[in-house]
Design a protein around this ligand. Structure first.
Ligand SMILES: Cc1ncc(COP(=O)(O)O)c(C=O)c1O
Length: 503
């Protein structure tokens, strides 16, 4: 990276009057502003940086080199899985025939896209053991909210007022947040020391408030990477109380092809396509959180959906858009494979991933993800504290270093990993332990990559003993050293001009 010049802020590179574009001399600006109401027009020019093209290109290219992605190196981020996206999937998603679709294009002109959409709905339903899916939600949390709204609509349709959602204390933060946004009251279910649901506590809660329970949300394997061994008993208890079971399918990669949420008794679920089906998670999207329901709940799914229809002998049309009652008369025959239908690009990648693995190889995803995580667990447990000893699924959680006498924390280990060219694992989540260090290798990584990572983790544990200051002040080899995370989170400075004015 050329830090001397291009490492500056783009505003610092600005030179008054410098331009990176040229417009024809007779370019008429008036028509671009004429339609804006006077009150909305700027009184003075925006204070944008003024740079020549090369400066802009080099500045942003250099900035991009500061980034670290799953294509740069091992990215063992637990929970927010950075799954490798095969290049072919990206190419398929970028095909002009898909990427160039207009959101309001008539259905008859994009039957291929609709077929993919429909087939993905069907494939997910089969993989999940459920009846029907909507692909509309754009993230896991968006799927949770959608699923809870489905549950609320189901109870309302029966004239049954239920306001409470049971959520284990190990749940991902989006679970209680989605329930609250849906207007439901969150009731926490305790975990046992081994990280699984405390079924006796659940029993007690159901005896106190069973008739008010709309649903229980469960992640299985949970956020500690542990499979809930009493899941069948739990789903039975909730159903007997008249509630529904919601499955947070963000960790589905651990079970893929091995067992299905529908068979475990779940009624509604979402899947994070951007974790299990080849799109890397994180960076603010784009994501996709399809929601599936068991038989009998289909009518509560949101519209629009793509449905198969008898082939039209004139147009050849076989897939149509069911806009549902709420859209009746508004959209007619118009179609959107754009935003009205969620993130289609992510769906294309998921579909390509499912097809390329096929029925026989998709079964290997769960066992391989599990094998990789357990291999790391067993090889690191001499240096890193393992609070839950049993078999984990796709991810493993340590509670910092075994030797706490050096004062080296999980944060320090994570920062030191950056010096060795690795992205940090998830830290300080789940909240059940003080020094959580959550590693998820995914099924994609080779043994060599995982071994090299393990060696570095051992090396850092050794450094913590021999030279703790080195670890505590890491990173040393990155463009920016240790930052004050708390200050950055609590008082972010996002306006360059403000910074200048204050300095
Ligand atoms: C267990 C679990 N549930 C829900 C979510 C929320 O997904 P999203 O970040 O797409 O909203 C995540 C995210 O990583 C997760 O790990």
């Amino acid at each position: 990276m050329n830090r001397t010049l291009y490492g500056n802020l783009i505003f610092e590179l600005s030179k008054k009057g410098r331009k990176g574009y040229s417009l024809p001399q007779d370019y008429d600006r008036t028509h671009t502003t004429a339609e804006l109401p006077e009150a909305l027009r700027r009184k003075e020019a925006a204070r944008l940086p003024e740079c020549d093209e090369l400066t802009v290109v080099r500045h942003y290219t250099n900035l991009s080199h500061n980034n670290f992605g799953v294509n740069d190196g091992f990215y063992p981020l637990g929970s927010c899985t950075m799954k490798y996206n095969p290049v072919i999937n990206e190419e398929i998603a970028g095909l002009k025939a898909f990427a160039g679709l207009h959101p309001l294009q008539p259905a008859v002109t994009c039957q291929g896209a609709l077929e993919v959409y429909y087939n993905l709905q069907e494939s997910l339903a089969e993989l999940a053991g459920l009846s029907e899916f909507t692909l509309n939600p754009c993230a896991g949390a968006h799927g949770e909210l959608t699923g809870l709204m489905v549950i609320r609509a189901y109870h309302e349709s029966r004239g049954d007022v239920r306001t409470k959602v049971l959520i284990p204390d190990s749940a991902h933060g989006t679970n209680p947040a989605s329930a609250a946004v849906c207007g439901l009251e969150v009731v926490e279910v305790k975990s046992l020391a081994d990280g699984t649901v405390d079924v006796e506590h659940l029993r007690q809660l159901l005896s106190e408030m069973g008739s008010e329970v709309a649903a229980m949300m469960m992640t299985n394997p949970n956020t500690l990477g542990i499979f809930e061994p009493r899941v069948l008993e739990i789903t039975k208890m909730i159903h007997e109380a008249g509630g529904l079971m919601y499955y947070d399918g963000a960790n589905l990669n651990a079970l893929l092809g091995e067992c299905r949420p529908g068979d475990m008794g779940f009624d509604v679920m979402h899947i994070n396509l951007h974790k299990t089906f080849s799109t890397p998670h994180g960076g603010g999207g784009p994501g996709s959180g399809p929601v599936g329901v068991r038989k009998g709940l289909e009518q509560f799914l949101p519209m629009p959906r793509v449905v198969e229809a008898p082939t039209d002998s004139c147009t050849g049309e076989s897939y149509v858009v069911d806009w549902g009652k709420s859209f009746e008369g508004k959209r007619g025959e118009e179609l959107s494979v754009g935003n009205f239908f969620g993130n289609f690009g992510v769906m294309l990648k998921a579909y390509a991933y499912i097809l390329s693995l096929g029925r026989e190889h998709i079964k290997e995803v769960g066992p391989l993800a599990t094998l990789n995580a357990n291999y790391i667990k067993e090889r690191l447990r001499d240096s890193y504290l393992l609070p839950i000893k049993g078999l984990c699924k796709h991810e493993v959680v340590f509670d910092g270093l075994v030797d706490k006498s050096t004062g080296v924390t999980t944060m320090d280990v994570a920062k030191r990993l950056l010096d060795y060219g690795y992205h940090a694992p998830t830290i300080y989540f789940p909240l059940l332990f003080h020094e959580s260090l959550m590693i998820e290798p995914t099924e994609n990584e080779s043994k060599e990559t995982i071994d090299a990572f393990i060696d570095v983790m051992h090396k850092i544990a050794e450094e913590a003993k021999t030279d703790p200051e080195l670890v505590k002040t890491a990173p040393h080899n990155t463009p920016i050293g240790r930052v004050d995370d708390v200050l950055a989170a609590k008082q972010p400075v996002t306006t360059y001009w403000k910074t200048i004015a204050e300095s």
